[in-house]
Every structure is written in structure tokens, then in C-alpha cells.
Write a protein that binds this ligand. Structure first.
Ligand code: PLP
Length: 376
């Protein structure tokens, strides 16, 4: 049987919540399961937060950027190593992305580069409208430092926590940082609603505005009245019901993903092979196990490993291709030293599903070990 990178992992209780929604006929987008899902998530993430369920993580980022005032011609500084859904919303608003490199010690957005560039941009009076760090493969960027920098310069911080639900930084849950954070419940994420996302904010006013814009910006009136344009971006009540079931097992899913990561790390340990580092104060959900193969070490070849696994119907993928290397962003500004490009060419994500059996994990490890030991 094919072993996937990351697939939906239901618990069984999801169907009960969906059945409840059916019994009460709340099939329309809004309903009690959606309210409950938002409340459960707000509770999970910590006090004083407001959650708005949306149709996708991309929709959440689009709304979030608009709500912090990003518009045509503005700059948004963003991690280059990310998924398309974490960047395209910048384009929906006509804003210009400036791509930033990773820190080699964490594989997340380099705060040193951000700090240097903010100081320079401030002197030259060209500060960005927003900064969007990506929490990569389950691991938070240094949100504490980014919050301080953004406050100092009055720049909005919108945290892309689509991959990091279940992780934490400095004792705070991923998805609770910045002015706003976004989550994704796409089918491959740590929990899924079969498709969905969420916007998280400390401000009730921002959450209210997000709900307003996500339901076609209907001004209070008996007829349909519009003073601005909106979107049809709300999470359906049925999908939220799935989310309620998934929230009950989120902590187990994190435990399982972390166990997969540490099993790989221990079983495959050898010179030249580095797993994504987990800096002090950061607790990664290890949504995906990411590692890099040092090309200088004889016998270590990322593509050989990927292809050997593929031949066994095991899905492994290179890390995200940095956005500044995508044809779409040819000529875009990039601030960095190519840490991300190097990781792209040497890095691999291994099957990391929370439902992987021990046999499946051993199978992946066995194929890699055979290949590396044979070649070494
Ligand atoms: C999955 C993901 C998104 C987008 O979420 P969707 O729900 O698929 O729209 C955004 N950013 C990152 C980093 C992601 O991994």
C-alpha cells in the first residue's frame, strides 16, 4: 500500500458531530457547530483570542492582510520558503512581496535579516505594511522577537501558522502570535476539516470585521446594502463539525507526528544528514519531518533517496521551492544568503502522517538505510 506524505486521520467522533449538524438541519454555512469550533479553538490557543472559521488558510491570509491595511503598492515582507497559499493572497491585494531567507539555526524566517532591513527601510522611509513569517513544517518562527521588532517600527505582523497548529513558542501556542495569525485545515495538515482555515486575533473588532467581509460585506439593513466589497469565505457548518471531532485528538496527533520525527532522527543518524533543528523555547508539532542531505558527504544524494522511495510507492518531497526562485516571481526582491535555496536542493520531507504504523515507519527507514549503506 502506498505510504503518503501526510493524509487525513479521522478519529470516528467526527461523524457524530456531522450527524448532529444534519439532525438540526444546519447545513447552511453558519451554525452552532461553527460557533463551537471557533470557541474550542480560541480556548485551545489560550485566553483572550477570537477565532473566525474560514473556507481555507489562503482565505484567512487574504482577509488578514486586508484587515491590517495591506493594499495596492504596499510591500509585504515574507518568508520565501513557503507554500503558494501562503503567498498568493499578497498578490490578490495588489501588494508586492519581498522575500526573506531562513535562519540556518532554525530553518524559519531570519530575524537578523528582518531587523537589519527594518532599520534600513526606516531610515529610507519605506517600511513595509506587514511582515508574514511562515511557521515551517510545524515550527514557529521567533515570534517574540518579531513582535518586538514590528512594534518598534509600527509594522503589522501576520503569522502564517498554517503548518504549526499544535506547536508552541516561549510557552505560547502557535496560532496565537502577532496582530493576527492564520491556520489551515486542509486535508494534509495536522488536523483537517476536509478544507478550511481560521483567522485568529486578539482584537474582537478585527474578528467582527473578518466575519463581515467573509459573508459578502452586508451592512445592517433589511435589504442587501454594501458600502465595501467582501467575499464568500466562511467555513461551512458541516466542515466545522468535522473540526470539532479533530480538536478532541489534536494533542494525540502532535504526539504521533513528533514520535515519527524522533524515530527517523534516531534511526537515520549519520554524518552529513541533518534534521530540522528545534531551537530552545520552540516546541515543533513536526507536522512534516524535514531533513537535509549534505551533498559533500559521499553517498548522500537527496534525489537518489527520493526516487528510491518513490519506486516503493513511498511519497517523499523536496522542501518548498523558495518563492523567489519561482518563475512567477522572476525579478522579485530577495533578502538573504541562499540558506533556503540550499535547503531546497538538499532537503527532503519524509512521510509523516499521524496514522503511520510502526511497520510503515520501519519500511521507510529500511529503504533509506539500505540505499545509504549500499552507496556509502
Ligand atoms: C497549507 C498552507 C497555506 C494555505 O492553506 P489552505 O488551507 O491550503 O489554503 C498557507 N500557508 C502555508 C505555509 C501552508 O502550508
Amino acid at each position: 500500500m502506498r505510504i503518503y506524505l501526510s493524509k487525513p486521520h479521522m478519529d470516528g467522533s467526527e461523524q457524530g458531530f456531522v450527524a448532529e449538524a444534519f439532525q438540526s438541519n444546519f447545513i447552511a454555512p453558519l451554525g452552532p457547530q461553527l460557533d463551537a469550533f471557533e470557541a474550542v479553538m480560541a480556548d485551545y490557543l489560550g485566553g483572550g483570542l477570537h477565532c473566525v472559521g474560514l473556507s481555507s488558510g489562503s482565505a484567512a491570509l487574504h482577509l488578514g492582510l486586508r484587515l491590517v491595511g495591506v493594499g495596492a503598492g504596499d510591500e509585504v515582507w515574507i518568508s520565501s520558503m513557503t507554500f503558494a497559499g501562503g503567498i498568493f493572497p499578497v498578490l490578490y491585494l495588489g501588494a508586492t512581496p519581498v522575500f526573506f531567507d531562513l535562519d540556518p539555526s532554525s530553518w524559519t524566517l531570519s530575524c537578523d535579516l528582518i531587523e537589519e532591513e527594518l532599520a534600513r527601510a526606516n531610515r529610507e522611509n519605506r517600511l513595509p505594511k506587514a511582515i508574514v513569517p511562515t511557521d515551517l513544517y510545524g515550527q514557529s518562527a521567533d515570534i517574540t522577537r518579531l513582535e518586538a521588532l514590528c512594534q518598534r517600527y509600527g509594522v503589522a505582523l501576520v503569522v502564517d501558522s498554517a503548518e504549526s497548529l499544535g506547536g508552541a513558542f516561549d510557552g505560547r501556542k502557535c496560532g496565537s502570535g502577532g496582530d493576527l495569525a492564520i491556520l489551515s485545515f486542509n486535508g494534509n495538515k495536522i488536523i483537517t476539516t476536509s478544507g478550511g482555515g481560521m483567522l485568529v486575533s486578539r482584537s474582537e473588532n478585527i474578528a467582527d470585521q473578518a466575519r463581515f467581509l467573509a459573508t459578502q460585506a452586508r451592512d445592517p439593513a433589511p435589504h442587501y446594502e454594501h458600502s465595501t466589497y467582501g467575499y464568500n469565505y466562511r467555513l461551512s457548518n458541516i466542515c466545522a463539525a468535522i473540526g470539532l471531532g479533530q480538536m478532541q485528538v489534536l494533542d494525540q496527533r502532535v504526539e504521533a507526528r513528533r514520535a515519527v520525527f524522533f524515530k527517523y532522527k534516531q534511526a537515520l543518524a549519520r554524518p552529513g544528514l541533518s534534521f530540522m533543528p528545534e531551537p530552545e523555547g520552540v516546541f515543533s508539532s513536526h507536522w512534516l519531518t524535514a531533513l537535509s542531505f549534505d551533498p559533500q558527504t559521499p553517498g548522500l544524494d537527496r534525489e537518489a533517496v527520493r526516487l528510491a522511495l518513490l519506486a516503493e510507492e513511498i511519497e517523499a518531497r523536496p522542501l518548498w521551492k523558495p518563492m523567489h526562485l519561482q518563475p512567477l516571481f522572476d525579478g522579485a526582491r530577495y533578502v538573504g544568503r541562499g540558506v533556503d535555496a540550499a535547503l531546497f536542493s538538499t532537503g527532503l520531507c519524509l512521510p509523516s502522517g499521524s496514522d503511520m504504523s510502526m511497520d510503515e515507519q520501519d519500511e521507510v527507514i529500511g529503504h533509506i538505510t539500505t540505499l545509504l549503506d549500499g552507496a556509502g
